[in-house]
Design a binder for this molecule. Structure first.
Ligand SMILES: *[C@@H]1O[C@H](CO)[C@@H](O)[C@H](O)[C@H]1NC(C)=O
Ligand SMILES: *[C@@H]1O[C@H](CO)[C@@H](O)[C@H](O)[C@H]1NC(C)=O
Ligand SMILES: *[C@@H]1O[C@H](CO)[C@@H](O)[C@H](O)[C@H]1NC(C)=O
Ligand SMILES: *[C@@H]1O[C@H](CO)[C@@H](O)[C@H](O)[C@H]1NC(C)=O
Ligand SMILES: *[C@@H]1O[C@H](CO)[C@@H](O)[C@H](O)[C@H]1NC(C)=O
Ligand SMILES: *[C@@H]1O[C@H](CO)[C@@H](O)[C@H](O)[C@H]1NC(C)=O
Ligand SMILES: *[C@@H]1O[C@H](CO)[C@@H](O)[C@H](O)[C@H]1NC(C)=O
Ligand SMILES: *[C@@H]1O[C@H](CO)[C@@H](O)[C@H](O)[C@H]1NC(C)=O
Length: 333
C-alpha cells in the first residue's frame, strides 16, 4: 500500500521516490505503518480475518461492527481463515474505506456436447442488500453463440421506490475464430453489458441461441459473471475452459446509514463520521430502504486514518516533516 505521504513525495520529488519507499520499509516509516494498521479496527477487536484486513465499520463480532450490515463472518476452519459477507457464502477479499468491497462470486455456466445435448446448466444469483453492485462491474459473457441475461432489482432514488425486475444482457458470437483478440471483449467470443446504478439483487442465466451448432465439433461451454472492468482481460483460453483458479472479483459499494449528511449530522449519537472528517453522499444509487443511498465519511485534508473510528483521523504533518528532513539529509550526501 502506498501511503499518503509517499504519494505526496512522489509528486514533489519525482525521482527520489524509490529512495523514500526503501527507507520506509526499513526505518521509522515501518513503525508509522504499523500504528496506522492497528487503528483501523474498533479497539480490542481483531483487525483481520486471514489475509483480509477488516476495518471498522466492519467487524467480526457484535461489539466490533457498526451494525449488523457490517458483519464479516470469519471462518477459521479454512487455512488461512476466510472472510464472508454477513451470513452469505460470498467471500470478501478486500474492504476499502473509500466505500468499496471486493467479493468473489459464482460463475454461471452452460455446457453442450457434440450432439447438442445440454450437459449442465448452472444459474447464479445473489443479494447484497443493503450494499449495491458498483457500476465499475460489467456482466461478462464468454462463449460461442450464447446469450446471457441478468435480472435485477434496484431502487429508483428520485422516486424513492424499489423497482422490481429489469433485465439486461448481451450476445456473443463465434463465427470467425481467427478474429479473437487477446484483451478485448468485443462481441466475438466475449461480450459485456453495463450494470445500472443501485442494483442489489441479481440473477444470471445463459441461453444458447442456435443450440451451439456453429460453435465447434467438441463439447462447448459458455460462462457468465459480473466483474470489475479494470481487472478483466479476455483471453481465448477462456473459451476452451474457465479454470476454477480464474477469479473475477465483483466490486460492491457500501455506505453508512440511509440518510443524507445533513440529516445524519443532526443526530450525533448515530452519526458515523468522527473527528476531523468530512461527510459526503456518493452517487451510487440506493441499496437500502427508502431510495436513499446513505453517506460516507472521509478524513479531512491533512489527516489520514479511519474516519469511522473515534480519533481515527490523525494529522500527518509531523510524519511529513520528518520525511522531508530525512530526504534533505539524503540529498546532501
Ligand atoms: C466454516 O466452513 C465449514 C466448511 O465449509 C463449515 O462446515 C462451517 O459450518 C463454517 N463455519 C461457520 C461458523 O460458518
Ligand atoms: C468462497 O469460499 C468457499 C470456501 O473456500 C468456496 O467453497 C466458495 O466456492 C468460494 N466462493 C466463491 C464464489 O469463490
Ligand atoms: C426513476 O424515476 C424517474 C422519475 O420518474 C425517471 O425519470 C427515471 O427514468 C427512473 N429511473 C429508472 C432507472 O427507472
Ligand atoms: C476471419 O477473420 C480474418 C481476420 O480478421 C479475415 O481475414 C477473414 O477474411 C475472416 N473470414 C471470414 C470467413 O469472415
Ligand atoms: C432476489 O432475486 C431472487 C431470484 O431472482 C429472488 O428469488 C429473491 O426473492 C430476490 N430477493 C429479494 C430480497 O427480493
Ligand atoms: C434448438 O434445439 C431445440 C431442441 O433440440 C429445437 O426445438 C430448437 O428449435 C433449436 N433452436 C435453434 C435456434 O436451432
Ligand atoms: C433507515 O434505516 C433505519 C435503520 O436501519 C430504518 O429504521 C429506517 O426505516 C430507514 N429509513 C428509510 C427512509 O428507509
Ligand atoms: C477522500 O479522501 C481521499 C484521500 O485523501 C481522496 O483521495 C478522495 O478523493 C476523498 N473523497 C472525497 C469524496 O472527498
Amino acid at each position: 500500500m502506498v501511503s499518503w505521504f509517499q504519494v505526496l513525495l512522489a509528486q514533489q520529488f519525482g525521482t527520489l521516490t524509490l529512495l523514500v519507499l526503501s527507507s520506509t520499509a526499513t526505518g521509522a516509516g515501518a513503525g508509522a505503518g504499523a500504528t496506522m494498521a492497528m487503528a483501523m479496527a474498533n479497539p480490542n477487536c481483531a483487525d483481520r480475518c486471514g489475509d483480509v484486513p477488516i476495518p471498522y465499520p466492519f467487524g467480526m463480532t457484535e461489539d466490533c461492527y457498526l451494525n449488523k450490515d457490517f458483519l464479516i463472518t470469519c471462518n477459521s476452519s479454512f487455512n488461512p481463515p476466510k472472510a464472508f459477507l454477513g451470513t452469505t457464502n460470498l467471500n470478501v477479499t478486500e474492504i476499502s474505506l473509500q466505500g468499496q468491497l471486493k467479493l468473489l462470486q459464482f460463475v454461471a455456466s452452460q455446457c453442450y456436447d457434440q450432439k447438442e445435448n445440454k450437459l449442465s446448466d448452472i444459474r447464479t444469483w445473489f443479494e447484497l442488500l443493503p450494499f449495491t453492485i458498483s457500476t465499475e462491474n460489467k456482466l461478462t459473457v464468454i462463449g460461442c453463440n450464447t446469450q446471457a441475461s441478468i435480472d435485477f432489482y434496484h431502487n429508483n432514488a428520485s422516486q424513492q421506490q424499489q423497482l422490481p425486475y429489469a433485465t439486461t444482457g448481451c450476445i456473443s458470437k463465434c463465427e470467425n475464430i481467427s478474429s479473437f483478440a487477446d484483451g478485448s471483449c468485443s462481441g466475438v467470443g466475449c461480450c459485456q453489458a453495463s450494470i445500472p446504478k443501485g442494483v442489489w439483487n441479481i440473477s444470471v442465466t445463459l441461453q444458447s441461441y442456435d443450440n451451439y451448432t456453429k460453435s465447434s465439433n467438441s463439447n462447448s461451454c459458455s460462462y457468465a459473471f459480473v466483474t470489475s472492468q479494470d481487472e478483466f482481460k479476455f483471453t481465448p483460453k477462456y473459451l476452451r475452459q474457465l479454470q476454477n483458479t480464474d477469479e473475477f472479483p465483483l466490486v460492491a459499494e457500501w455506505t453508512v446509514g440511509n440518510e443524507t449528511c445533513d440529516v445524519a449530522q443532526k443526530n450525533l449519537p448515530t452519526y458515523a463520521c468522527k473527528q476531523n472528517t468530512k461527510c459526503y453522499e456518493p452517487d451510487i444509487g440506493s441499496g437500502g430502504g427508502g431510495g436513499l443511498s446513505g453517506y460516507r465519511c472521509n478524513c479531512s485534508e491533512e489527516y489520514q486514518g479511519n474516519p469511522y473510528l473515534t480519533n481515527g483521523c490523525q494529522g500527518i504533518s509531523t510524519d511529513t516533516h520528518l520525511l522531508f528532513a530525512v530526504l534533505h539529509c539524503m540529498a546532501m550526501k
